[in-house]
Design a protein around this ligand. Structure first.
Ligand SMILES: Cc1ncc(COP(=O)(O)O)c(C=O)c1O
Length: 372
């Protein structure tokens, strides 16, 4: 008998099951995982920019009624909710595209605009999903550092535009620093952007934005065909767990977003809850006002304690903690507060209800402020 392995044995060696043998896209395997705000037992969770208040009774009633029919697919065109959004904003149905959270709509915008090798520009640090979504599309993320006062550096962003640029995200108020882009700044920036590049004004936190100078994405959308606006029901409207967000964009672009959307991606519950939330704006506004007033209290208390922090116009505040970030994050955890720490950069603390915020302030007491 030959000592050589039989052809059959050789085949079975080669066929040894191994997940590593399966070809996968390198761009995907190199992606960092999206970091979700952590929950720690008995600690207050101020790490995900969630609304601290439970769903409104009127919204709950509508969604409960929908529980009877979740054996059926939702309306794929999401026509009712899109029409309600369109009426609310004074735009047309065809200018509205929805997705499972505005993060999915951001992905639609990227997928509809950027091919492999194309570039997508955004400020950094900003919403951490941007680079991940861009890389998933095979495009190249172009991160433009924030200014020293934690704002978008629009001059540098304009200078970063190349013939490969397809999309630019402007996040205002910016997550995680809370700073805004003013109307004048946005206008001057748009004058430098070629008309074939789409500019997306991501206004996830717009309801908390009390800065009277802030750009209004919809005003720009009405005047510039290459401007789209991104909004969400997750923050001010408190529907984070139901997943619905939308873009307002010109008809051609909005139509393309619907083409690349995950079919049936927005559940019937989410569609109904979004309509009910728009109907309950007055009640929701009271909650927004409470969050804004707590934000003012937090900023004041943090500054009184010796910290430098920019004015924040989101439902969160930002502490630039540099190298001390992990240590400060750990001390906050020991004090029963889970915030969102970013490497050696800083910590974002979501504005919670009064008790949650008091927990944060007392946890912060033992920490020596970082000065730069
Ligand atoms: C700036 C910004 N845009 C978009 C989103 C996405 O939110 P959602 O997908 O829940 O609508 C977030 C979420 O934190 C955000 O911070």
């Amino acid at each position: 008998m030959s000592a050589e392995p039989s052809a059959q044995a050789e085949l079975s060696i080669q066929a040894e099951p191994s997940a590593h043998a399966v070809k996968q896209r390198a761009a995907v395997e190199q992606l960092p995982a999206y970091v979700q705000g952590k929950s720690v037992p008995n600690a207050v969770k101020l790490s995900s920019n969630e609304n601290p208040y439970p769903p409104l009774a009127s919204v709950l009633d509508v969604t409960r009624a929908k529980l009877e029919s979740f054996h059926l697919y939702p309306d794929m065109g999401a026509t009712q909710v899109r029409q309600r959004i369109a009426d609310h904003l004074g735009v047309s149905l065809d200018e509205v595209a929805v997705g499972a959270g505005s993060v999915e709509v951001a992905q639609q915008l990227i997928n509809a605009s950027a091919d492999e090798g194309d570039e997508v520009i955004f400020a950094w640090r900003s919403f951490e999903a941007y680079p991940i979504l861009v890389q998933i599309a095979g495009a190249t993320p172009v991160r433009v550092p924030l200014t020293a006062d934690e704002r978008h550096d629009l001059d540098a962003m304009a200078a970063a535009i190349t013939p490969r640029t397809r999309l630019i995200f402007i996040c205002t108020p910016n997550n995680p620093t809370g700073t805004t882009v003013s109307a004048d700044e946005a206008e001057a920036f748009l004058a430098r952007v070629p008309s074939d590049v789409l500019v997306v004004i991501d206004e996830a936190y717009t309801h908390f934005d009390t800065d009277s100078n802030s750009v209004n994405g919809l005003d720009l959308f009405r005047r510039y065909p290459n401007v789209a606006v991104l909004h969400t029901f997750s923050k001010a409207y408190g529907l984070a767990g139901l997943r619905i967000g939308y873009a307002v964009a010109n008809e051609r672009i909005a139509g393309n977003l619907r083409r690349v959307a995950v079919p049936f991606g927005v559940s019937d519950l989410a569609q109904a809850a979004a309509i009910a939330s728009l109907d309950a704006e007055t009640e929701l506004q009271q909650r927004i006002d409470q969050i804004v007033s707590e934000r003012t209290r937090l900023l004041q208390a943090v500054r009184d304690a010796g910290w430098h922090t920019p004015d924040s116009f989101g439902n969160f505040i930002w502490l630039r903690t540099g190298e001390r970030t992990p240590e400060i994050d750990e001390t906050l955890k020991q004090g029963g507060v889970v915030a969102r720490a970013y490497g050696a950069e800083g910590i974002r603390i979501t504005v919670g209800d009064r008790d949650m915020n008091d927990r944060f302030l007392s946890a912060l007491q033992g920490i020596t402020p970082v000065s730069f």
